[in-house]
Design a protein around this ligand. Structure first.
Ligand SMILES: C[C@@](CO)(OP(=O)(O)O)[C@H](O)COP(=O)(O)OP(=O)(O)OC[C@H]1O[C@@H](n2ccc(N)nc2=O)[C@H](O)[C@@H]1O
Ligand SMILES: Nc1ncnc2c1ncn2[C@@H]1O[C@H](COP(=O)(O)OP(=O)(O)O)[C@@H](O)[C@H]1O
Length: 279
């Protein structure tokens, strides 16, 4: 086997509490993270010519060491003490700088894919240790389960009682820098005291937990996010929330039909929209 094609799914945050700023500049968080069936596709091929080559073909995403997929392959070869030739082709379907974790998922998928392709034998735990240095969301994509994520996102506890649901995912095509959002966050004290339930019977239970502290930074900067939330609720979503640092918004629906009909209406407004199932 000298080639592997893998899907790299996006995520949404059903919950994102920022607990405190840390001495290293990062923030301790408490999140509920869910993978969704909106995926990039990555083909990794072992090549004769040494070196790592990434092709992405999307304006604004670097092809070289600036690409998290490149850095993932490089970090893994370094940890294994090996050199190899690797061609990595990425088809981007996940909106970029969107709060959907697309770059982190590509990085996680390359770590897992190269590990398998070259038979390096690293455990998932070791891949997560390497991955967190590439991006705070990378370990979650290696974990591959709906999770309560703490620390900067790397302390993961599986959540078994989260129902699969249909989402309408809507992106107004403005780019948001995660670092900028954290820099501009006004922390409120007393965070982290409210208990988060860990079992949800249905969509409305799940909606009762929806909250994202980063909305307080991103929505005033991009009011269209608030508008999309309102539109989704008007079109039958049981709940709607911004994902991660934004600007993507997701609405939760009882069934596929509701999600698809909302997506049709959102596309008419000129926004990127997709009806997706949770994984
Ligand atoms: C907000 C979240 C929620 O899932 O996702 P996105 O909106 O990026 O998808 C994550 O916390 C984003 O994680 P990720 O996108 O991997 O962040 P990184 O590249 O590691 O960090 C970018 C910058 O954000 C800030 N940062 C990130 C994570 C964190 N817990 N505290 C921070 O303060 C740091 O300034 C860091 O330099
Ligand atoms: N493989 C990649 N896919 C997407 N973005 C990437 C990738 N590699 C590097 N980047 C850079 O990372 C930044 C954040 O991208 P992304 O992961 O899509 O955001 P978010 O974490 O908000 O979902 C972008 O500015 C982009 O240029």
């Amino acid at each position: 086997m000298n080639s592997l094609t893998l899907k790299a799914p996006a995520k949404v945050n059903y919950r994102l509490d920022v607990l405190r700023r840390r001495p290293d500049g990062y923030h301790d968080l408490r999140m509920i993270m869910q993978r969704i069936d909106l995926c990039d596709e990555i083909t990794i091929t072992v090549a004769d010519a040494p070196g790592i080559r990434v092709s992405c073909g999307r304006e604004g995403i670097p092809d070289g060491p600036g690409n998290i997929a490149w850095r993932a392959a490089d970090a893994l070869l370094e940890a294994a003490g090996k050199t190899a030739g690797l061609d990595i082709a990425i088809t981007k379907n996940i909106p970029v700088a969107a709060g959907l974790g697309g770059g982190s998922s590509d990085g996680a998928t390359v770590l897992m894919g190269v590990n398998e392709l070259l038979g390096l034998g690293f455990s998932d735990e070791r891949l997560m240790e390497i991955g967190v240095k590439l991006g705070a969301d990378v370990p979650f994509f290696i974990f591959k389960k709906t999770a309560l994520a703490e620390g900067i996102g790397e302390v993961l506890t599986p959540l078994d009682g989260v129902p699969a649901v249909w989402l309408a995912v809507v992106n107004p095509n403005v780019h948001v820098s995660t670092a900028w959002v954290y820099q501009n966050l006004q922390l409120t004290s007393g965070k982290g005291e409210a208990k988060i339930p860990r079992f949800f019977e249905n969509v409305s239970d799940l909606c009762s937990v929806l909250a994202n502290d980063l909305e307080t930074v991103t929505i005033p900067r991009h009011p269209v996010i608030g508008e999309i939330k309102g539109e989704l609720l008007k079109r039958g979503a049981q709940g709607a929330l911004m994902s991660g640092s934004g600007p993507t918004v997701f609405g939760l629906f009882d069934d596929e039909r509701g999600a698809r009909s909302a997506v049709d209406a959102m596309r008419k407004r000129g926004w990127f929209a997709a009806a997706v199932r949770t994984l």
